[in-house]
Design a protein around this ligand. Structure first.
Ligand SMILES: Cc1cc2nc3c(=O)[nH]c(=O)nc-3n(C[C@H](O)[C@H](O)[C@H](O)COP(=O)(O)O)c2cc1C
Length: 476
């Protein structure tokens, strides 16, 4: 559960580059983009311009399938679909492990209270050129307890640095952290919050995946770790905070009538500045805790096909799990095409078993906790199509989908101000819904057997031919 042990692992695997002397002002962000684009190594920034040595930023920590596999201890040559399958199986067989509360932990090495609070001490990056401010929280974990005290939610929501003790917190409508803070405000109270700005990937992951309302994500982190997550109790809010967090703050999200500030614009994951700049609630920070030489986990949204720290793979695993949990048979693979980020181009491969099966899968894929939010296209393909191969998927769309009869449009679905297709006048009215398309790129069920045969050489013919003419294929 210690991010530093994970960094040691990356070093041993020769998957980490140490960058000294970079500027928080756009250099960290741009290097992160360039390395992500090439699916290159993770980056650890130290001696950041204007900040003490040891105050570091880690980016692209789990941005490649290889590093994601290493995080789980899977073989590093694992295929992409096998990686998704294992995640799905993990969620299906999940036995939540409750956290344990400990008196103290590394995060308490340095504690600053009230007037001592100074968030400006951290090397917070300006990630993209048109950003309206610096964002301390990108790969973060926002911790809130529901007002009835029954459960604790964690969510990855972006956090803008406003000043020494004020942060901006952007949570999209419908997200659980937003519903929780609204419930406090409805009672006329500020919402207690703790935010972690650097955690082991297995501790962080559950906060950016969607689980049903009421799920204790710390118990999922425990299951991922294979041991109970150690938590300390925040002295200001009483909220549980991972003991090995690099940096954590405690404070309150003020009700909108008390204070709001301009938030954004911020470069968002669809590749645009979709939500622009608008007034958002603020967090008044009352405590800062951090380890000696703290490390900020950076995960800035980048234009697709960015990896989003492999969230496209994690979400595919979670959607596959959701489909199987519903008892739908014949699911052979789930994927997110990287051109659509982690949400806009979901692909589900199925072995069609009955008429209507493909449509059922398409509708279900966009209805679970993971699949419902901020989607666009769900593409259902037959199981002879490799869902992780974009060309194969697009070939299926091009040749098996009859646009007049095989595309279903569904209106008024759950989206977000980030959505670049929602026109300004609808956003102004608070209408953040979008439409979805289910693309059935499957052979029509009732005449699938008469559907024209594929003209590619059979596996056996290819193998014997390759064997016989092996010399033609050896590289000179
Ligand atoms: C790196 C990263 C940044 C994210 N930033 C935000 C954000 O700023 N606001 C938001 O509402 N969701 C954001 N998300 C998505 C949520 O974390 C995700 O939908 C999660 O399931 C929300 O948790 P909840 O279901 O507990 O609300 C981000 C996800 C990732 C991976």
């Amino acid at each position: 559960m210690d991010l530093r042990l994970f960094i040691d692992k990356l070093e041993k695997l020769e998957e980490l580059v140490l960058v000294k002397g970079a500027d928080w002002n756009l250099e960290i962000g741009t290097l992160t983009e360039l390395f992500d684009e090439n699916q290159d190594k993770a980056l650890l920034f130290d001696e950041i311009k204007g900040y003490p040595r040891g105050f570091r930023v880690l980016t692209n920590a789990i941005a490649t399938p290889k590093r994601l596999a290493a995080t789980f201890g899977f073989p590093d040559d694992i295929s992409k679909i096998e990686l998704v399958r294992r995640l799905k199986t993990f969620f299906l067989e999940l036995k939540p492990i409750p956290p344990v509360h400990v008196k103290s932990g590394p995060v308490m090495e340095n504690i600053f209270r009230d007037e001592e609070v100074d968030l400006l001490k951290f090397p917070t990056p300006l990630w993209h050129e048109l950003d309206g401010g610096r964002y301390l929280g990108t790969g973060d974990m926002v911790i809130m307890r529901d007002p009835e005290g029954k459960w604790v939610n964690t969510g990855t929501y972006r956090v803008q640095l406003h000043d020494r003790d004020t942060l901006g917190l952007y949570i999209s409508p419908g997200h659980q952290g937003r519903l929780i803070r609204e419930a406090y405000w409805a009672q006329g109270k500020p919402c207690p919050v703790a935010i972690v700005f650097g955690a082991h990937p297995l501790v962080w992951m559950p906060s950016f995946l969607a689980f049903p309302w009421g799920t204790e994500e710390f118990t999922i982190a425990g299951a991922l770790l294979g041991e109970p997550l150690q938590l300390i109790t925040g002295e200001y809010t009483g909220l549980p905070i991972p003991a090995y967090a690099e940096i954590a703050i405690e404070g309150e999200v003020l009700p909108p009538e008390v204070e709001m500030r301009e938030e954004g614009p911020f470069g968002e994951w669809p590749g645009y500045y979709g939500s622009g700049e608008r007034k958002e609630p603020v967090v008044k920070v009352k405590r800062i805790m951090h380890r000696n030489d703290p490390i900020i986990m950076g995960s800035p949204p980048l234009k697709p096909p960015s990896s989003g720290n492999c969230s496209y793979i994690m979400r595919a695993g979670n959607i596959w799990y959701e489909l199987e949990k519903l008892g739908i048979p014949g699911i052979k693979g789930v994927w997110n095409m990287r051109a659509g980020g982690s949400r806009f181009l979901n692909v589900i491969a199925i072995e069609q078993k009955y008429a209507g099966h493909a449509k059922q899968v398409g509708m279900a894929a966009m209805s679970g906790a993971e699949g419902a939010y901020h989607g666009r296209f769900v593409i259902v393909v037959d199981d002879d199509i490799d869902p992780t191969d974009d060309n194969d998927v697009l070939w299926a769309v091009a040749t098996r989908c009859d646009p007049a009869t095989s595309i279903e449009i569904i209106h008024q679905c759950w989206s977000t101000p980030l959505d670049p297709t929602i026109p300004p006048e609808r956003k102004a009215k608070g209408d953040f819904t979008n439409s979805r398309a289910i693309i059935l790129a499957t052979r029509p069920f009732y005449w699938r057997k008469e559907f024209p045969k594929v003209n590619k050489a059979s596996k056996e013919l290819r193998e014997t031919t390759l064997k016989k003419y092996a010399s033609l294929f050896t590289k000179k």
